[in-house]
Write a protein that binds this ligand. Structure first.
Ligand code: IAD
Length: 438
């Protein structure tokens, strides 16, 4: 069985590479994955999956950090010009770029959910010969959007998995659910899929990432370093006035934002775990001799537990309103993204470990590892599945990187996509083992 899967996946490699490079070239940021999602839907339908699309799998009100209507419309147009398949577009229009593909095997068994993400980062790719994607003609054609976190690889893994599982469908049981999620960056998309009920029937859930500093040919079966996080946009609104003639008439939004920034970074640590705070953007003012009447900030809080993050978040709200009060300016806060902390379930991690072992191509198979803490909104899906009694994990496939994640020179060794597909396919094929039915 293992050999059969390996051979099937290896045969797919040239098409996986072509697929990944096409997605890389037409990188699309969160909620703007219009071209990507039409191609994914089309492919999955051709493979024979039943599809749920757009509003069926995305709860409109739970979307966070959605671009403006103008940007959505303009990017939809851009996608069509770049080869998006028009007949699928009505499903995704307006920022509903999510897909769930289901394969009912017709044999009794559990529902297995696999989640991949599809979005690029707001980043300009390096367009120079030192960077392979440019050298080989698949660097991003979209200014300010770049696949610099490997989600082009994740989407391709999802499509490759779909193809292989369909090939071996006679050997599968239960139901396979492939979840293609928008807007992971900024932790904006997963919650809307959870609120649409996408994972409510999933018994065994697995999300994947490539890279993240894990060496090539290593696999982490149960990554558990996720920090809970909240992302806030803050806008201060004051009153402009003559900085020389009537400074007392002004209400200084720049000072409020600056005060808030220092106050945010002075929030105490928490004995319950690690925390982070970052003011990543601060923009204010219009002219040298004008008391600044507007300021905007982009802020994120993180905590190693939901409780620690909640503490930092609540403190942050007080700091922001205190700074506004101090300078007599108005403020409003928009929640732009959020994720939870989550730990995988040990039995599922153990099962993944055994399947990875059987593949016989990993040099190291690790259950968990201490690591640089990042955040991931797949944690919403993991926590929902766990709360309903299911199993969940987050698997990392190591790979050589040309530069770190979120860097303009990021690229990965495409062979990792095969390891990803093989491992996930093995999880589905051998599920009877986990259920103790063998
Ligand atoms: O908060 C975000 O915007 C998500 C973003 N997420 C990632 O970069 C993914 C990530 C970071 N660290 C890890 C470790 C394992 C898997 C995935 C990751 C982050 O932490 O800034």
């Amino acid at each position: 069985m293992v050999n059969e899967i390996s051979e099937r996946v290896e045969k797919l490699f040239p098409s996986l590479q072509t697929q990944r490079r096409d997605l890389h070239k037409y990188a699309e940021s969160g909620w703007l994955e219009f071209r990507t999602s039409t191609l994914v839907a089309d492919r999955l339908e051709k493979l024979g999956y039943s599809l749920q699309l757009g509003k069926e799998v995305i709860d409109a009100g739970s979307r966070m950090g959605l671009p403006s209507a103008a940007v959505l419309a303009q990017q939809e147009q851009r996608a069509l010009e770049q080869g998006a398949i028009a007949r699928w577009m009505p499903h995704f229009s307006g920022g509903f770029t999510g897909i769930v593909a289901t394969l009912e095997t017709g044999r009794p068994g559990p529902v297995m959910g696999f989640r991949v993400d599809m979005d690029a980062l707001d980043l300009n790719e390096v367009l120079e010969d030192e960077h392979r994607p440019f050298r080989e003609g698949f660097a991003s054609a979209n200014n300010g959007m770049m696949h610099a976190c490997g989600h082009d690889g994740h989407t391709t893994i999802g499509l490759g998995l779909a193809e292989v599982l369909m090939q071996v469908r006679d050997q599968l049981c239960g139901t396979i659910k492939l979840i293609f999620q928008p807007a992971e960056e900024g932790t904006r998309g997963a919650k809307s899929m959870v609120e649409a009920g996408v994972v409510d029937d999933v018994d065994y859930f697995t999300a994947v990432h490539i890279g993240t500093g894990v060496p090539a040919n290593h696999i982490v079966c149960g990554n558990d370093t996720f920090m809970a996080t909240t992302k806030l946009d803050v806008r201060f609104t004051g009153v402009a006035s003559h900085a020389g003639g009537k400074p007392e008439d002004g209400r200084n939004a720049l000072l409020a934002a600056a005060q808030a920034t220092l106050g945010l970074h002075a929030i105490p640590r928490h004995s319950g775990g690690d925390s982070r705070i970052n003011v990543g953007v601060l923009q204010a003012g219009t002219g040298r001799n004008v008391v600044p009447s507007s300021a905007t900030m982009k802020v994120e809080t993180r905590g190693s537990t939901n409780e620690v993050n909640e503490f930092i978040y609540q403190q942050a709200l007080k700091v922001i309103s205190g700074a506004a009060e101090m300078h007599q300016v108005k403020f409003d806060i928009t929640l732009m993204g959020a994720a939870q902390s989550s730990t995988p379930t040990p039995a599922w991690v153990h099962y993944i470990h055994r399947q990875a072992e059987k593949l016989g191509e990993f040099e190291q198979i690790i259950d968990r590892q201490e690591g640089a803490a990042g955040s991931e909104d797949a944690t919403y899906m993991m926590e929902r599945v766990k709360s309903l009694g299911g199993e969940a994990s987050y698997v990392i496939f190591g790979t050589d990187l040309s530069a770190g994640h979120h860097n303009e020179l990021f690229d990965f060794d495409e062979k990792v996509m095969m390891q990803g597909i093989k491992t996930l396919a093995a999880l589905a094929l051998n599920i009877a083992e986990f259920r103790g039915e063998n």
